[in-house]
Ligand binder design. Structure first.
Ligand SMILES: Cc1cc2nc3c(=O)[nH]c(=O)nc-3n(C[C@H](O)[C@H](O)[C@H](O)COP(=O)(O)O)c2cc1C
Length: 162
């Protein structure tokens, strides 16, 4: 089975998470395409879709939101998992952080099989407003590869189970 891992990312952190998810799925026997959500034209090659979005002011990155609007129909007949990335502390490792409102609606719409929030990353050299000034206090990488691998392994097991 071919699995799509698509992402909406501005500073690259969520892209990195999508790559970690893809690597684990490959290790579990799936063919995987990891792609920016805006570059996906067609879902027909895929037997399952995983979509991740960076959180900006409690909203998913616009590429992830547009992906949902564009592929709404096809997503209703594919198994779907979602992830969000954002918290710049260890809260995502300590607690299950619920999806923001848009993502909750997407879960209903797509009958998503799961959602997780992973810790985020703020590069020390982030540019622009307000990331540049936020980086002075919050720069760091809170993505936990073990957390990501465990989640992706669970997705793989669910897919294998059908
Ligand atoms: C302006 C701004 C707003 C943010 N808002 C949120 C937020 O509402 N919730 C959250 O968990 N993280 C928030 N973050 C942290 C980002 O989600 C985090 O840096 C994430 O890893 C960025 O992903 P990306 O590198 O894929 O763009 C915010 C970051 C910036 C710069």
């Amino acid at each position: 089975m071919r699995v799509l891992v698509a992402y909406g990312s501005k500073m690259g952190g969520t892209k990195g998470l999508a790559e970690m998810v893809g690597t684990e799925l490959e290790a579990n026997g799936f063919q995987v395409d990891v792609m920016p959500a805006r570059a996906v034209a067609d879902l027909t090659p895929y037997g399952a879709v995983i979509l991740g979005g960076a959180l900006y002011s409690m909203r998913w990155h616009k590429d992830a939101r547009r992906f949902i609007r564009k592929h709404k129909q096809a997503l209703q007949t594919n198994p779907v998992w979602l992830f969000s990335s954002g918290p710049l502390d260890d809260s995502a490792q300590k607690n299950e952080i619920p999806p923001v409102r848009f993502v909750r609606n997407v879960m209903r719409l797509t009958h998503a099989r799961g959602h997780v929030t992973f810790g985020g990353r703020m590069p020390a050299d982030a540019k622009g407003f307000p990331a540049g000034s936020m980086a002075k206090n919050t720069a760091g990488d809170w993505r936990n590869p073990d957390h990501v691998r465990m989640w992706a392994k669970q997705v793989a097991e669910d897919l294998h189970a059908g």
